[in-house]
Write a protein that binds this ligand. Structure first.
Ligand code: MRU
Length: 358
């Protein structure tokens, strides 16, 4: 498997793993890619919190998987407590992890699923509760792999050989278990398709430049790196047939939060008449959130804009910076959502609801 990405079998980019004794989570520190491949072994609350906050682990589905495993490795450390004390500690740890990043709904979704197991089994021995929570964490991971593979198939059905595809941020096996928005490009390559992919660098943390190009290169996909402000010219040149982006939270009306700059891509796509799809698992849909106005947008440190990646700070000391990590794309700009249950077209308020009715 070295240096290869195989969507079915996984790859060295497999980013969230439990150690053999299930006491630690092993991740690749994504802040060090592409230059260094550093594995972190984590099992302390503060380290787990910081891993999410600092984006050592990132991407909505991967954050969810990581959160499930985090609770599992933490609660093993106090499985000798009586249930009441155990649950108090569980709730505190859960709330703390949940406060690490506000926008991606998968974090809360996974933590709630683990909590549900704890509450449904509260009459059992605490060690047994911990065992069942571990099974749930593994199930969340397994489900994500299955969902990704279906998303890849549905996404690929929208593409034809030779297509030019624009993507933003990183949505491959590092951000999910197998890939969402760039998953179909990797799957297509395995089936003999040749796409011409343009990857936005994705300022300010360069997930596109550092991670997407790395994954696509490893998969043998033809990828060209562009700065975010070059998206318009490549569309105007006629090089883009379709845009594939991810999602961090989809509201009930189809507005969706994704990496900052996604709404700019969607506005350009509408202007140039290019279809744009957002690809993600149904775990990213938040039916309790009526529209994009209700999505909390994470604000991050100024230094990411003013200093990071430069040998010297590139902005005057003390300059005011505004650094939102996500933006909300209006549902009117989107062609469709690609989920593991199929492709959802407008009207999104009606059709997203149907996904949960079966
Ligand atoms: O801040 P990040 O790197 O966690 O943001 C990630 C994104 O916005 C992705 O596009 C999104 O999570 C979808 S990942 C499949």
């Amino acid at each position: 498997m070295n240096n290869m990405i195989d969507l079915k079998e996984g790859s060295f980019f497999e980013n969230v793993k439990l150690s053999a004794d299930e006491k630690e989570i092993i991740i690749i520190d994504q802040t060090q890619l592409p230059n260094n491949i550093v594995y972190l072994h984590l099992n302390q609350l503060e380290d787990l919190y910081q891993a999410i906050k600092k984006l050592q682990i990132r991407g909505a589905p991967a954050i969810g998987i990581f959160a499930g495993y985090s609770m599992y490795v933490l609660i093993q450390q106090y499985d000798n407590l009586p249930f009441e004390k155990f649950y108090q500690k569980f709730s505190k740890d859960k709330e703390y992890l949940n406060s690490s990043r506000p926008t991606a709904v998968n974090l809360m979704w996974a933590l709630n699923r683990i909590e549900q197991v704890v509450l449904e089994n509260k009459d059992k021995d605490v060690k047994e509760i911990v065992r069942l929570a571990g099974l749930k964490a593994k199930e969340i991971h397994r489900e994500d792999k299955e969902m990704c593979l279906k998303i890849c198939e549905y996404g690929l059905s929208l593409l034809k050989d030779g297509d030019g595809v624009l993507t933003h941020c990183n949505t491959g096996p590092l951000a999910t278990s197998r890939g969402t928005a760039i998953g179909p490009l990797i799957l297509g390559k395995q089936r003999g398709y040749d796409f011409k992919v343009f990857a936005n660098e994705t300022r300010p943390l360069l997930q596109g430049a550092r991670l997407t190009t790395l994954e696509l290169q490893k998969a043998g996909v033809d990828v060209t790196l562009i700065c975010d402000n070059m998206a318009s010219i490549v569309m105007k040149n006629g090089w883009i047939d379709i845009c594939f982006v991810g999602c961090d939270r989809i509201a009930a009306n189809g507005d969706f939060a994704n990496k900052i700059g996604t709404s700019m891509v969607a506005i350009l796509a509408k202007h140039y008449g290019v279809p744009i799809y957002s690809l993600g698992p149904t775990s990213t849909i938040d039916m309790n959130c009526p529209n994009g106005e209700h999505i909390e947008i994470e604000l991050r440190d100024s230094s990411e804009i003013a200093e990071k990646w430069y040998e010297k700070p590139m902005a005057p000391k003390g300059v005011k910076c505004y650094n939102p990590s996500f933006d909300v794309t209006d549902h009117n700009l989107l062609t469709g959502f690609v989920t593991e249950k199929g492709i959802v077209y407008p009207p999104f308020d009606v059709n997203l609801k149907k996904l949960f009715e079966e």
